[in-house]
Write a protein that binds this ligand. Structure first.
Ligand code: BES
Ligand code: MN
Ligand code: ZN
Length: 504
């Protein structure tokens, strides 16, 4: 989608639809909305008086200009209460507006940058919010269909700004917004690609192509190297599949590792999760192609970090495996010793995510990191706890927790802190190894015990775990603004924000 910033008067702009906005409770619109209202002989103020245009956050009202403006239609989008307005609401409004414009079959749209005028927002942030929301809301998953549908799509958005001083700021914000949105889309495309295509090797190749384009260092570890490192817990999962595992290591500012803060991001990369011999039930199993959403996010985040050239040493680690069944596959009761030298007992081969993360998190320690954050579609239980409203946050590091919660607040990618009580360690005690990977048949505290399992393999660095299993795939029945049905890349905007804010 083409998005241009243009200095000019929105009244004179040609487009299928003009988008303006309105705060809740305003009866006489000002700014660009006021100008449009005047040009339409007070139509907007009349709709407000009638209660047909409320200004409620995300509400849209479509009206016709009947030759009074070059554009045939105007869409008024609500910004909600002025005192509650922020980047989150600017994104929701922009997403709802572009959604309504598409529904009205517009191909070209002209809009003002919500919040940059009366909203009092910094034009850089306003443009970033607008571009992110527009691109993410317009996302459609890759599909192989022979009957291409002919539904019109918005092809061009022109952001019109009257004040010439704001133009360079809007340009900057738009560029940041595009980098972040396209990085999330990179992640979404990978997560949505069926697993017959998106094998560990495919994902590693995509990572390599991307790394080359944006200038990241990349190294891909093969079986032999992982074996030499003692990653036997990770390989226990991999050996059940004919697809060879890959371990991708991406680095931004590798040559400045000594002088810059080092943040390591780890992402669960199970390209398909059948459950193994602890086989999953078949309904819904197809979705397990997105069990590499954590890894896809890490690749997307590293892409953004490189393009934004953040002054940090950022390392991305993605263990990539397929959880399958064959004659070599791991079995319940097996015991494996991983890279840290600690052992684990397999209770469920379906608790494979924590297994590959155990060795990936052990490897993360090699970078002497200031923080390690992993993202994983780890448990079904997190959905039971939180639904599709927030990802689970597990950490005992107050400073890191504060950074993550601040980024969650700024981006609207919510995190909810979950407990990591010491007592949960008892739940994963094993009779045959240091820990066991599942509490089955006990089911209590399934999320906290999974985090406790991971913590067992953490050595001496600040660590946080994000369980994104509930947030990584948007159900058709419950799309949210900016998250159309399908792969969500939830966590990309969040962590890019945290990294952009890292140095204060
Ligand atoms: N990939 C699943 C978790 C999952 C479930 C993600 C639903 C997205 C949607 C994970 O590997 C898994 O199977 N977890 C088990 C753990 C259990 C065996 C301890 C689960 O949640 O049932
Ligand atoms: Mn599983
Ligand atoms: Zn899994």
């Amino acid at each position: 989608m083409q998005i241009d910033i243009k200095q000019g008067n929105i009244l004179e702009t040609e487009a299928d639809i003009l988008i303006v906005n309105l705060f809740e409770g305003v009866t006489q619109p000002g700014g660009a909305t006021g100008a449009v209202d005047k040009a339409l002989d007070g139509q907007i103020s009349q709709l407000i008086a009638l209660g047909d245009c409320s200004g409620k956050l995300g509400d849209t009202t479509l009206l016709y200009t009947l030759g009074k403006l070059p554009a045939p239609r105007v869409l008024v989008v609500g910004l909600g209460e002025a005192h509650e307005f922020d980047g989150k609401n600017a994104r929701i409004a922009a997403a709802k507006a572009i959604h309504a414009a598409k529904k009205a079959k517009a191909r070209t749209v002209a809009t003002i940058a919500h919040g940059a005028g009366i909203g009092g927002m910094n034009p850089i942030e306003a443009a970033q919010a607008l571009v992110e929301a527009t691109l993410l809301e317009s996302y459609e998953m890759p599909a192989e269909r022979s009957d291409e549908d002919k539904e019109p799509r918005v092809e061009k958005v022109t952001v019109v700004e009257f004040n010439g001083d704001h133009i360079p700021l809007l340009e900057t914000g738009a560029q940041i917004g595009r980098i972040i949105a396209e990085s999330a889309i990179f992640s979404r495309d990978l997560a949505a690609t069926p697993s017959n295509i998106a094998t560990p090797a495919y994902v590693a190749n995509q990572a390599a192509t991307m790394a080359e384009k944006v200038g990241l260092d990349i190294r891909i570890m093969e079986w032999g190297e992982m074996e030499a490192l003692g990653m036997n817990i990770l390989l226990a999962v991999a050996k059940g599949s004919d697809e060879p595992p890959k371990f991708v290591i991406l680095e931004h500012n590798k040559d400045r590792a000594e002088e810059l803060p080092t943040i390591v991001l780890v992402g669960k990369g199970v390209t398909f999760d059948t459950g193994g011999y602890s086989l999953k039930r078949s309904d819904g199993m197809w979705k397990m192609k997105y069990d590499m959403s954590g890894a896809a996010n890490v690749l997307g985040i590293l892409r953004a970090v490189a393009l934004l050239d953040l002054p940090l040493h950022v390392v991305g680690l993605t263990p990539l495996v397929e959880n399958m069944i064959n004659g070599h596959a791991q079995k319940p009761g097996d015991v494996y010793k991983g890279m840290t030298g600690k052992t684990m007992e397999v209770i469920s081969t379906d608790a494979e995510g924590r297994m590959i993360l155990a060795d990936a998190l052990a490897y993360a320690g090699r970078y002497n990191p200031d923080a390690v954050i992993d993202q994983a579609t780890l448990t079904g239980a997190i959905s039971i706890a939180l639904g599709q409203q927030a990802a689970g946050l597990f950490t005992e590091e107050d400073a890191l927790k504060a950074r993550l919660l601040a980024a969650a607040e700024a981006t609207g990618e919510r995190l909810w802190p979950m407990p990591m009580y010491d007592e949960y360690k008892d739940y994963i005690k094993s009779d045959f190894a240091d820990v066991k990977n599942s509490t089955a048949p006990e089911r209590g505290a399934g999320v906290s015990t999974s985090a406790k399992f991971l913590q067992h393999f953490i050595e001496d660095y600040p660590w946080a775990h994000l369980d994104i299993a509930n947030m990584s795939w948007t159900n058709k029945a419950h799309p949210r603004p900016m998250y159309p049905p399908g792969a969500a890349a939830f966590g990309v905007r969040l962590l890019v924000q945290m990294l952009r804010d890292w140095n204060g």
